[in-house]
Ligand binder design. Structure first.
Ligand code: NAG
Ligand code: NAG
Ligand code: NAG
Ligand code: NAG
Length: 358
């Protein structure tokens, strides 16, 4: 654990302030992003798993302790997740609600909804591990959502809303860490490179389906430096508590495939604006130089011992949790803190997603 003085980079803070002003101004004059519609895993699940039978949950303390009302919503975080910040940046709600949460209805979902499910992946075999919502099922939910949106707004307005909505995809880490490198099945069928091609093929089909359903603004999220997650550092055989280079290299390779995919699909599908949102380098920068961003600890998470725990284990060990999560890069052994999420989200908005305002 690095204990250091809390410092911030003026440059980074400035750009955050500038982008927030810029976006809220533009959003007021011409709301070019009508809604934020999300597909993916725990990086963007706002509580869908609370409503399905799975142990991949976080709707209990200390999760959500820095969220509005101290509420554990099912976000795998002490506070908000990246999509919440992205939605807010576009002048929409500061929270993207979970589709399966009965507290919300179509009037809430008309400006934002997440179909994401913690512990899922591109691969059906990944969602099977903890019985969570597979990606294909998220697409089925999306079709039902479009029907309801048409009934609510009228067909023509609903079509426009979908065409102007920002569709965000954030998943893939679990395909490698929860599935390929942990379970016996896929590793005996595919080399790592073949498996990457298999996953990229699923991503491609998914984006084609979204396009067929009227989506035109799509962000395909890349993988983070997943070898630097505290759990992977702790359990690394090589030890030394370093990032696991093999996993980071897989993330880099897979991200290149996704980047290539965005080039190809933009050429092929008229009217599609598909972007690749890459969290890899900003995350790595935060992890390597945490003090620069105001963090004190990067290799150990806030929750419990910070080495192994997530989900229920995080709850059981919470008497060991840190007091100020904003000084930690990671909240539990697998998920960033709200502070990290906010930095990464704002970076991605400033670098990539701003294009959807034009
Ligand atoms: C959604 O719920 C709110 C109250 O939570 C209610 O006022 C509104 O009528 C509902 N809208 C629809 C379309 O069901
Ligand atoms: C995943 O499962 C669904 C539903 O059974 C199926 O339609 C789909 O083809 C499967 N995807 C792959 C890549 O096997
Ligand atoms: C449509 O909305 C109704 C009422 O909120 C809800 O019961 C139903 O599950 C929704 N259907 C789909 C397919 O989303
Ligand atoms: C991506 O495309 C470039 C240029 O076409 C090619 O050289 C590279 O091998 C591709 N990378 C992957 C991982 O598919």
């Amino acid at each position: 654990m690095e204990k250091g003085q809390r410092k911030t980079t003026p440059l980074l803070l400035c750009s955050h302030i500038v982008v927030l002003h810029l976006l809220s101004l533009v959003a007021e004059t011409s709301a070019k992003v009508s809604a934020v519609i999300v597909f993916g895993d725990s990086s963007v699940d706002a509580g869908n798993n609370n409503f399905i039978p799975t142990i991949a949950r976080s709707n209990f303390q200390p999760y959500g302790r820095d969220f509005e009302g101290g509420k554990a919503t099912g976000r795998f975080c002490n506070g908000r997740i990246p999509t919440d910040f992205i939605s807010e940046s576009f002048g929409l709600k500061p929270y993207v609600p979970a589709y399966l949460d009965p507290k919300y209805n179509i009037s809430d979902f008309a400006s934002g909804v997440t179909f994401a499910s913690a512990a899922t992946g591109y691969d059906n075999a990944t969602s099977d591990v903890l019985s969570v919502i597979p990606l294909w099922k998220q697409l089925e939910y999306y079709k039902g959502y479009q029907k309801n949106l048409s009934a609510y707004l009228g067909e023509s307005k609903a079509k426009d809303t979908i065409a102007e909505a920002l569709h965000l995809m954030s998943l893939g880490t679990n395909d490698f860490l929860e599935n390929y490198y942990t379970m016996p099945g896929r590793a005996s069928q595919f080399t790592p490179q073949q498996y990457q091609n298999f996953l990229a093929g699923i991503a491609e089909n998914f984006i084609r389906s979204l396009y067929g359903l009227g989506a035109r603004k799509v962000s395909l999220g890349g993988l983070p430096p997943m070898g630097c997650l505290p759990l992977e550092r702790t359990t690394s055989i090589a030890g030394g508590n370093d990032c696991v280079a093999r996993y980071n290299n897989i993330a880099l390779e897979f991200n290149n495939r996704l980047k290539n995919l965005t080039i190809k699909l933009n050429q092929e599908l008229p009217g599609l604006k598909l972007v690749f949102s890459n969290p890899y380098y900003i995350m790595l920068s935060i992890i390597k130089r945490p003090q620069l961003y105001g963090f004190e600890s990067t290799s150990v998470a806030c929750c419990a011992t910070g080495m192994f725990e997530m989900g229920y284990a995080c709850s059981r060990g919470q008497m060991f949790s840190c007091t100020d999560a904003s000084k930690y890069v990671f909240w539990d052994s697998f998920h960033p803190t709200e502070m990290t999420n906010s930095i990464v989200a704002k970076y991605v908005v400033l670098r990539v997603l701003y294009q959807f305002l034009q």
